[in-house]
Design a binder for this molecule. Structure first.
Ligand SMILES: [Zn+2]
Length: 484
């Protein structure tokens, strides 16, 4: 097949294309299991294979994909035809940033292939967790597991050839009960980084048992708790909500295609403009954020993106100042031209497609916040006069340009004069992105930092669901409106 692909790439190049690439997926499998109150509600496996081809002709993209690989010339011809039609209407000719020519292989670390584990073993594990969650006051119990396996062969007309083998494991548990007003309260746990591999071995029964007991205990506390007060307080965000704050108000806001207006029709835009790079004080000097595709164990690490650019560790916000974005080969060139200055030096290696039949677009890798120098969670609490610790994401509402947000949490713990005093229910907080990040007053050390996985980031039209991670510490923000 590789030889056939190479022949087609050469043929289309000879027909006048300036660039051609193909992504061949011999295997793309997803296995999803859901257990609800001890009953297996879902156990499905989808399996796809096929090829997607991009052709650049006179500054315009053409794309075609098919699962029928009996005559791949058809796919290449259609991609070229599509590019020819698009070239008659192109408003800003595409120019790709330079990249190195690479022959490489990437395999996500995996000791035990989750697709080699029988359905009965997977269900037995979920059943065991379900029984552990089945305690007093728990009305509903959910356990979920998702396994993914992709093999991708990338080849382009510049001479790169990259093969990727990616395995992902996602899992979670949730319990809910009802408070004295009949309102549902819930607490959940999602598998996050466990060691340095990503296979079935990351389903560690002991970790799940400990977290099962913890979420039941905390849910019982929330059910019996008073409402969150409506007032201004310092908020101390644990990684279970800090990842979402980072995702929505740094990650999505700094996707370069959004900044250039390409996602306005569906995903939204960004309040960030090209003039802001190097100047905007996005957050307090305690904030350093990066797009790090090089973490060993995270779904945001994939070796090479779908432009064939190697994973990078790019600083987005340096001690509070906006300096970088989430970028691919096309958008950096367009942004530099439109800004009339060199903001970006090449692609950041973040162009990704969710499947062979979608085109790659700028996607988050691992959007992380560097650990800080304000100690452990206990240290931060001890130095907080009037605050609330928040965890878990129950609902989220975000401005389409990511300029403001409102999040509801699963649990809050009030902090008075450096002491945790009590649990409150229905906690929420809201703010405006830039003033909020500028109110960042404490960043926890490495003991508070963990990588949280996201398996359902949506973007693009047609829609593309993507997997990634966020390495985040505990952070405190001052004078935040809570409880409304
Ligand atoms: Zn997202």
């Amino acid at each position: 097949m590789r030889k056939q692909i190479q022949q087609q790439i050469d043929r289309i190049k000879a027909a006048g294309a300036t660039y051609v690439d193909a992504r061949w997926y011999p295997v793309d499998e997803v296995n999803n299991l859901v257990m609800w109150n001890g009953n297996l509600k879902n156990a499905d496996t989808t399996r796809e294979s096929g090829m997607g081809v991009r052709v650049l002709y006179k500054g315009a993209w053409g794309f075609c994909a098919s699962s029928d690989l009996s005559d791949i010339a058809v796919i290449f011809n259609q991609a070229l035809d599509n590019a020819r039609v698009a070239a008659e209407r192109v408003t800003f000719p595409v120019h790709l940033a330079e990249k190195d020519i690479i022959q490489a292989r990437f395999e996500s670390p995996c000791q035990i292939d989750p697709f080699s584990i029988s359905l009965s073993e997977k269900v037995a594990f979920m059943k065991k967790m379900d029984e552990r969650l089945n305690q007093s006051g728990v009305e509903q119990r959910f356990a979920t597991m998702t396994f993914m396996r992709k093999q991708i062969v990338f080849m382009d007309s510049e001479g790169s050839q990259i093969e990727k083998q990616i395995t992902e494991v996602f899992a979670g548990m949730q319990v809910s009960g009802r408070d004295d007003q009949g309102m549902t309260q819930e607490r959940s746990y999602r598998l996050n980084r466990q060691g340095d591999t990503r296979g079935w071995e990351s389903i560690n029964p002991q970790v799940f048992e400990e977290n099962a007991d913890r979420i039941v205990r905390e849910m019982q506390q929330v059910v019996a708790a008073e409402d969150c007060p409506k007032e201004d307080r310092a908020v101390i965000l644990l990684p279970g909500i800090m990842f979402l704050q980072t995702h929505e108000t740094i990650g999505h806001a700094l996707e370069l295609d959004r900044i250039l207006g390409y996602e306005l029709a569906f995903a939204g835009g960004s309040f960030v403009t090209l003039a802001d790079f190097g100047k905007l004080r996005y957050g307090s000097p305690k904030l350093t954020a990066r797009a790090d595709g090089t973490l060993i164990n995270s779904p945001g690490s994939f070796g090479y993106d779908d432009d064939g650019v190697p994973a990078q560790n790019t600083v987005l916000i340096d001690k509070g100042i906006l300096v970088g974005a989430i970028t691919g080969r096309q958008m950096v060139e367009e942004a530099n031209v439109k800004a009339r200055r060199q903001i970006f030096n090449g692609s950041g290696g973040a162009n990704r497609a969710t499947s062979f039949y979608r085109v790659p677009i700028e996607r988050m890798t691992n959007i992380n916040i560097d650990p800080g120098e304000d100690g452990t969670l206990d240290d931060i609490v001890r130095n907080t006069e009037k605050g609330i610790i928040l965890d878990g994401d129950r609902s989220w509402s975000i401005g389409s340009n990511r300029e403001q947000f409102h999040f509801a949490n699963e649990i809050g713990w009030l902090v008075e004069d450096g002491q945790v005093t009590k649990v409150v229910k229905n906690p929420t907080y809201k703010g405006s992105t830039v003033p909020f990040w500028n109110s960042l007053s404490a960043v926890g050390d490495r003991s508070t930092w963990s990588v949280q996985f996201v398996d359902n980031c949506g973007k693009g039209q047609p829609s593309q669901i993507m997997q990634l991670g966020h390495g985040v510490p505990v952070c405190r923000f001052d004078n935040v409106r809570i409880g409304e």
